[in-house]
Write a protein that binds this ligand. Structure first.
Ligand code: SUD
Ligand code: ADP
Length: 287
């Protein structure tokens, strides 16, 4: 069985408060994009889980989120057979695009099917949060409002068709450190999440992009000015708006015009500003 684990972007990202347990309460507009890792899974005779990946620097033991997800289901349902998995990564790692979370979501969906465990999507999402705050969303996919620590999800109508240019500079930002360094009392501009939901319901792409805001961006951009440079580069080449995704450092630009996006993509590759450049488009649940 072969599954696609798709990346996400945050069209809007607000952090409301820090909880007692150290996690933060968020309000985010999530959107799946057509950039994906591939997870191949099959049964094997010997018991246990084996995992291979195409990237030497991604762990292929129990630290891998795919492994964690598979183990949760196999333990709960006392699966006696073995599982063999092969992960081929294309989504940049530690990039703010939920690559690992989406791989884990694919493992939940795949293991449920392969061993005929009979769990509904909702039942998978309940278990998914044990692996990471964004994993339930990665099971659901599409356009959604995420609240709580990211696990309370409200599906939204698909955002209007558009093109997404992805540019990741050659730096890594840890999600944990980004949350730890966020000064909630110093946040100056709050994203208008409710306004964005209205704009999505109205299928108004311009209004959606006008409302794009991420509270992590000022702090991370101050440390890594290249993020702002990539945004400017995209906007000068036709992006309605460009912004950092999640805790960064990946930048995405929203384009109405496909040709402009491809031209910007080629130029960005040549510029040397970004290490990974990928021309993509949004993915909707109905596809
Ligand atoms: C910031 C966001 C925005 O979508 O995405 P990424 O930048 O990681 O893609 C998410 O909130 C990331 O969710 P996810 O990556 O699943 O987080 P987890 O693995 O559960 O947690 C990693 C660390 O981030 C912090 N964390 C995470 C989520 C949250 N709501 N509050 C937190 O404080 C915790 O310190 C935790 O130890
Ligand atoms: N399947 C996986 N893919 C990528 N990274 C993984 C995976 N499993 C565990 N990790 C670890 O998780 C960390 C961040 O993963 P990733 O999901 O790419 O971050 P982000 O959600 O911030 O983009 C990496 O440092 C990596 O070592």
């Amino acid at each position: 069985m072969r599954l696609r684990a798709m990346a996400k972007i945050n069209l809007g990202l607000d952090v409301i408060r820090k909880r007692e347990d150290g996690y933060h309460e968020v309000r985010m507009i999530m959107q799946t994009v057509r950039m994906y890792d591939t997870l191949e899974i099959r049964k094997k005779q010997a018991p246990g889980i084996s995992l291979r990946s195409n990237l030497p620097y991604v762990p292929s033991d129990e630290r891998n989120l795919v492994y964690k997800a598979a183990k949760i289901l196999m333990d709960e349902f006392h699966v006696e057979e073995g599982l063999s998995m092969k992960l081929t990564k294309s989504i940049p790692v530690a990039a703010g695009m939920a690559g690992g979370s989406s791989d884990a979501a694919a493992a939940f969906v795949g293991v449920n099917r392969l061993f005929r465990l009979g769990l509904s999507q909702e039942e998978l999402m309940k278990r998914a949060v044990q692996v990471g705050a964004d994993v339930p969303y990665c099971v659901m996919r599409g356009t959604a409002l995420a609240e709580g620590i990211g696990e309370k999800l409200t599906p939204l109508p698909p955002m209007p068709e558009c093109y997404v240019l992805i540019g990741k500079p050659g730096i890594n930002v840890s999600t944990k450190t980004a949350y730890e360094n966020l000064r909630l009392d110093a946040i100056q501009r709050r994203p208008d999440i409710d306004g964005m939901i209205a704009a999505i319901r109205n299928q108004d792409l311009r209004s959606i992009t006008e409302k794009m805001e991420n509270v992590f961006e000022p702090g991370i951009m101050e440390k890594y000015p290249v993020i702002g440079e990539i945004e400017k580069f995209m906007e000068e080449r036709g992006a309605l708006k460009a912004m950092m995704s999640g805790s960064g450092p990946t930048v995405f630009g929203i384009f109405e015009d496909r040709e402009k996006m491809f031209a910007a993509s080629e130029a960005l590759k040549k510029s040397g500003l970004a290490k990974t450049v990928f021309a993509s488009r949004i993915y909707n649940r109905s596809e």
